[in-house]
Design a protein around this ligand. Structure first.
Ligand code: FAD
Length: 487
């Protein structure tokens, strides 16, 4: 038997469900990735995620070759194509004359649609289609209430998730044990991974940031995080501190196995590590939002709770200008602006700052959460439809287990609390660096002598605040009153 493994958002060769199942059931197995023009065509020509994928494929190709070589197969490796993925993969399967195509399940609506099409086209050609769970620990309806309905609140979901967890669900798939089935690339087929230029893209500066790529990069980040994981609960809220794992982009593209992460965190948590316990909870949020998207696909367009669709958001010229100022980090609120600068410059934003900036857009500027969701989707390296939508609906109070609508973050208090000495703000807003710590969070309140000493002219070097938080807060409470009325 022969098989083809189609890699998508699972760019690693270890602990890989689809690869393992293919290697176990077929004598010869090819591995392929398609640069999908349906996804790539609308993107800007310099995109950090495309560069991340390309670099990670080089690493994957190296891992596959090494696995083959260990079993005497010197011409194993990745086959890379460029075109509309749904048809390319079927063409490839026919060219290789395989009996089956294996892939890991992807739950995003457009991916589900694409895979249904591929399954149909393969069936037409007499080729089987097998998919596996790999992206999450528990999928779709594996964790349900006693009544058989999906959970809408996180804590009971988390408790049920933990109750169901057993070593079985987080065990690694021993790919290497079966790697003898890796097949040689057919004679005359190009080896290696195309350059960015080959697929019509330009470098986006990943090297300068730097963002480590591929399974090798994920391993380095994980090793580093394991030294700090026990403190995670104390450090995770402070953007100037190296607290979180920075693994989100690797989870997004599957260069690390969620099972391995959950297993490590679970072991440490059971050994008494509070940090590991809290981190495991974050991994459970990831599963939670995946199941929300699966059971409530309307969240992609509308509020999870329908009464929140009654809210009238600001629109028109002022809202457009405010939105632009938010995107570009020109709101006059230093923590918000530094956070947006971090996003624009690196493609990453610290979790606390995602909450603060999202809340600011929705509850200080009165702008529809979907505008912000779309901007994050364009910019975040780790953009994940389920987590991003969940985060935005949380901030807008319209989602599953969201922030109550009358709780409104004060951007100055958040700044004083989570960046007390302004280390984060100074890194991204060097024009404010000369202000004393106490004045950094609200420069419009700074004493003239402090502004002069810092060589700072407000309105020239740094904007005046575009809204007054107290006024905006009252307006938001009034805006959200329509929600209360229907309760
Ligand atoms: P760590 O603190 O090390 O967490 C480990 C992992 O747990 C993360 O990599 C992530 O996979 C998962 N995780 C953590 N928090 C959450 C959460 N609240 N929801 C779901 N999963 C979580 N996360 C994304 O992966 N993609 C997104 O597009 C995304 N958009 C967001 C938008 C908003 C408005 C908000 C408030 C949060 C969003 N998050 C998103 C969740 C969270 O901010 C990031 O996962 C986290 O900051 C990534 O950094 P890390 O890997 O260092 O996190």
């Amino acid at each position: 038997d022969t098989a083809l493994v189609w890699f998508r958002r699972d760019l690693r060769a270890q602990d890989h469900a689809a690869l393992y199942h293919a290697l176990r059931s077929a004598r010869r197995v090819w591995c392929a990735f398609v640069f999908d023009t349906d996804i790539l065509t609308p993107l800007p020509r310099a995109d950090r995620r495309v560069e991340f994928i390309r670099e990670s494929l080089v690493d994957l190709d190296t891992q596959l070759r090494a696995l083959g070589q260990a079993h005497g197969q010197t011409h194993a490796g990745l086959i890379v194509r460029h075109g509309p993925a749904a048809s390319e993969i079927v063409t490839l399967a026919r060219q290789l004359r395989v009996q089956a195509v294996y892939a890991n399940r992807d739950y995003e609506p457009h991916a589900v649609e694409r895979d249904n099409r591929v399954r149909g086209d393969l069936a037409h050609a007499g080729i089987a289609w097998h998919t596996s769970k790999d992206q999450v620990v528990f999928e779709t309806d594996e964790v349900m209430t006693a009544a058989g309905t999906p959970y809408g609140v996180f804590t009971p979901y988390k408790n049920a998730w933990l109750k169901k967890l057993s070593p079985f669900y987080v065990r690694a798939y021993p790919v290497a044990r079966h790697a003898a089935a890796l097949a040689a690339r057919p004679d005359g087929w190009a080896a290696g991974v195309p350059t960015l230029g080959d697929i019509g893209f330009e470098p986006a500066g990943l090297q300068d940031l730097p963002i480590p790529t591929g399974g090798t990069g994920a391993r380095a980040l994980l090793d580093d995080f394991l030294e700090r994981i026990d403190d995670y609960h104390d450090t995770r809220d402070f953007p100037a501190v190296k607290g979180p794992s920075y693994l989100s982009v690797h989870l997004r593209f599957g260069t690390v196995s969620i099972r391995e992460l959950a297993r490590l965190a679970w072991d440490r948590a059971r050994g008494g590590s509070r940090g590991a316990e809290v981190w495991l909870s974050e991994l459970i949020w990831r599963d939670f939002y995946h199941q929300v998207l699966h059971h409530h696909p309307h969240v992609v367009k509308r509020a999870f709770r329908p009464e929140y669709d009654r809210i009238r958001w600001e629109h028109g010229k002022t809202a457009q200008a405010h939105f632009q100022a938010w995107c570009e980090g020109r709101t006059g609120y230093p923590l918000v602006d530094a956070a947006m600068a971090q996003l624009n410059h690196t493609g990453y934003m610290h979790n606390r700052l995602r909450m603060v900036t999202a809340s600011f857009l929705v509850k200080d500027l009165g702008i529809d959460w979907r505008w912000g969701e779309r901007y994050f989707a364009e910019k975040l390296n780790d953009f994940d439809l389920a987590a991003n939508n969940g985060g935005w609906q949380w901030a807008a109070s319209s989602g599953c287990d969201a922030q109550p609508w009358f709780r409104i973050f004060n951007p100055v208090t958040q700044s004083e609390k989570f960046d007390p000495s302004g280390r984060f703000i100074r890194r991204y807003l060097p024009q404010l660096a000369g202000l004393p710590d106490a004045a950094l969070h609200a420069p419009w309140k700074a004493r003239p002598v402090d502004l002069a000493a810092a060589n700072l002219v407000l309105g020239e070097h740094y904007p005046q605040p575009i809204v007054q938080h107290d006024v905006a807060r009252e307006r938001t409470l009034a805006r959200y009153a329509v929600v209360k009325e229907v309760r």
